[in-house]
Write a protein that binds this ligand. Structure first.
Ligand SMILES: [Zn+2]
Length: 181
């Protein structure tokens, strides 16, 4: 399969001059949340790290470090989204002791679990509301982990060479809500 004609022209340009992405984005793999399309970004604009549940794990931190150090990208955004399947699976796992179907899925769920456990225990709240709160808690946790799990990232933040933000894409409205730090 060949890339589209327009993409091919841009790819050739970037192959020649290299990349200089405007932002690094850690976001969920959900097919409804393709960050470039959502924000009308083009080839070369965003350094995107996609993983179910926008979790933080060593190789994902390494990807952020690589982009920040190599391209000097000064903006890092964690984007979660409403109706997140990974967050929903984690809440289901907590409430019904449902065992994830593989060790690797369990790894994702176990990384989300500590950040949403207290929400899962809230009484008199619909499951949908819990998912909504848990999505936000999970984004905040990823922002906090990225801010504190890497000496390189910490140092870039202190030097004001990197700013980290979190936000949530609402799949029903298309609106993106930036979370206050
Ligand atoms: Zn998701």
């Amino acid at each position: 399969m060949q890339s589209s004609q327009g993409s091919l022209v841009k790819l050739k340009d970037f192959a020649r001059v290299g990349q200089s992405p405007k932002a690094i984005v850690l976001c969920c793999s959900d097919s409804r949340a393709p960050v470039e399309m959502i924000f009308d970004q083009d080839i070369g604009d965003l350094f995107v790290i996609r993983v179910a549940g926008n979790i933080v794990a060593p190789s994902l931190i390494g990807s952020v470090e690589f982009a920040a150090a190599t391209y000097g990208t000064s903006l890092l955004m964690v984007m979660g989204h409403t109706q997140c399947g990974a967050v929903t699976a984690t809440l289901n796992h907590i409430s019904s002791f449902q065992v994830p179907s593989s060790e690797n899925i369990h790894d994702i769920v176990s990384r989300i679990k500590p950040h949403v456990y207290s929400i899962s225990q809230l009484p008199e709240m619909t499951f949908e509301k819990k998912v909504e709160l848990a999505v936000e808690a999970n984004v905040r946790a990823s922002v906090s982990q990225l801010s504190s799990s890497s000496r390189m990232i910490e140092s870039l933040v202190v030097q004001k060479k990197l700013a980290i933000f979190g936000g949530i894409l609402n799949l029903s409205t298309g609106l993106f809500r930036l979370l206050e730090n």
